[in-house]
Design a protein around this ligand. Structure first.
Ligand SMILES: *Cc1c(COP(=O)(O)O)cnc(C)c1O
Ligand code: SF4
Length: 326
C-alpha cells in the first residue's frame, strides 16, 4: 500500500476549537476558549499531534500550545506586534539579515500548526515571503554577498512548501559559490512527520552542502514513534538534528519537563540547541516565564543533565549581533 501523501494529513488538520475539545473529552471542562483570538489567529493542529494529547486533561502541555484562550485578548504593556525587530532587519523581500554570515529566508508564511505564542500571528507574511517574489530577489541578494556562508530556510515553515519548490530554490542557491551550509528551521518533523517522505529525503540527500535541521519541540510528549521515524530518516539522509524550544508557562516551565524534553529528544537523535525566552508578542503574555525563574530552571538542568543535553538559554533582542544569553 502507498503511504498517504502528507498533503492529506495537512488538509485534515483540526480547525475548530470545540471539535478539538470534544475529541479530547473536554467539551464541558470550562476552558475559556476565545472566538476573538481564533478569528485573529485560527486554531490549526494536525490530527497526529492531537493524538499525542492526554485525553481529559485541560492542562495538557500540547493542548495549551494550540488552544485559543481568552487570555490572549488581554493587552499587556511591552507585548507588541513586531517583538523581534524583523521589520527593520529586512534586507529585501523575504530575506532577513541580522547576524554575521547568516541570511534567513522567509520561505513561506504557512505552518501545519498555529502556535499561540508565535510572533507569526502578527507578521505581514502575504507580502514578505521570498516565494511571493518568486525567490529571485532573495537569491540574487545572497549570490551578491560573499559574506553569507549559511542560508537558513525559515518561515512560517519552509517544509510546508512542495519538494519541487524547495528544489527550485536550492538549485538557484547552488549558483552562489560562497555558501557552505544550509539550515532548515521546521516544526513539521514533530507536528506532521508524514512530511519526511521519500521525495524530501532524496532532495535532502543530494544537496551540495551539509544540512542542519533545527526542529521545534517544547515538550517530551510531542515525540512518539512516528516522530522517531521521521528523525531517523532525516539522520539517515545526513542531516544534523537540533531542537529549539520556547520556555512556556503552563507547558514546560519546570525542571522535570525540560529535562525530559532533552532526554526524549536525544533518544530520537536530536540534540538541544536553544531554549528561548518568549518573544514579547501581543497575545502571548500569559505564557511568559520571569527571567529569574528561567535562570533557576536552567541552573537545575545544568546540575542534572550531561552538558550536551543542556540547551542555551537565550532571548532575541532587536539590534543585537546574536541571540542574547540570559
Ligand atoms: C535566530 C536567527 C538566526 C540564527 O541564529 P543562530 O544563533 O545561528 O541560530 C539567523 N538569522 C536570524 C534573522 C535569526 O533570527
Ligand atoms: S513558525 Fe513555528 S512556532 Fe510559529 S506557528 Fe509556525 S510552527 Fe508554530
Amino acid at each position: 500500500m502507498q503511504p498517504r501523501p502528507w498533503q492529506q494529513a495537512w488538509r485534515e488538520a483540526v480547525r475548530d476549537p470545540r471539535e478539538l475539545l470534544s475529541m479530547l473529552g473536554l467539551a464541558d471542562a470550562g476552558l475559556a476558549i476565545s472566538d476573538a483570538a481564533a478569528a485573529q489567529f485560527p486554531l490549526r493542529v494536525p490530527r497526529g499531534f492531537v493524538a499525542r494529547m492526554r485525553h481529559g486533561d485541560p492542562r495538557d502541555p500540547l493542548l495549551r500550545q494550540v488552544l485559543p484562550l481568552d487570555d490572549e485578548m488581554r493587552a499587556m504593556p511591552g507585548f507588541t506586534q513586531d517583538a523581534v525587530g524583523d521589520g527593520p532587519a529586512r534586507a529585501g523581500r523575504g530575506l532577513i539579515r541580522k547576524y554575521r554570515g547568516r541570511a534567513l529566508l522567509v520561505a513561506t508564511g504557512s505552518c501545519a500548526v498555529n502556535c499561540r505564542y508565535c510572533f507569526r500571528r502578527h507578521f505581514p507574511y502575504s507580502e514578505e515571503t521570498a516565494a511571493a517574489a518568486g525567490w529571485r530577489d532573495a537569491v540574487a541578494a545572497i549570490a551578491a554577498d560573499a559574506g553569507i556562508d549559511e542560508v537558513i530556510l525559515s518561515g512560517g515553515d519552509p517544509l510546508s512548501l512542495s519538494t519541487s519548490k524547495l528544489a527550485q530554490l536550492t538549485d538557484a542557491l547552488a549558483a552562489a559559490p560562497h555558501l557552505r551550509r544550509l539550515r532548515i528551521h521546521s516544526r513539521l518533523p514533530v507536528v506532521l512527520p508524514e512530511r519526511i517522505d521519500g521525495g524530501l529525503l532524496a532532495w535532502l540527500g543530494a544537496l551540495p552542502w551539509p544540512v542542519t535541521v533545527v526542529v521545534h519541540a517544547n515538550h517530551a510528549n510531542e515525540f512518539d514513534q512516528s516522530v522517531d521515524g521521521a528523525m531517523a530518516r532525516l539522520r539517515a539522509a545526513g542531516a544534523t538534528l537540533l531542537n529549539q524550544a520556547v520556555l512556556l508557562r503552563g507547558v514546560n516551565d519546570n525542571a522535570d519537563a525540560l529535562a525530559d524534553l532533552s532526554e526524549r529528544g536525544f533518544q530520537a537523535g536530536v540534540l538541544p540547541y536553544y531554549l528561548h525566552q518568549l518573544d514579547r508578542v501581543a497575545g502571548a503574555a500569559h505564557f511568559e516565564v520571569p527571567d529569574a525563574r528561567a535562570l533557576e530552571l536552567h541552573a537545575a538542568l545544568r546540575r542534572r543533565l550531561s552538558g550536551y543535553l543542556v540547551p542555551r538559554l537565550v532571548r532575541e533582542v532587536a539590534g543585537d549581533a546574536s541571540k542574547r544569553p540570559l
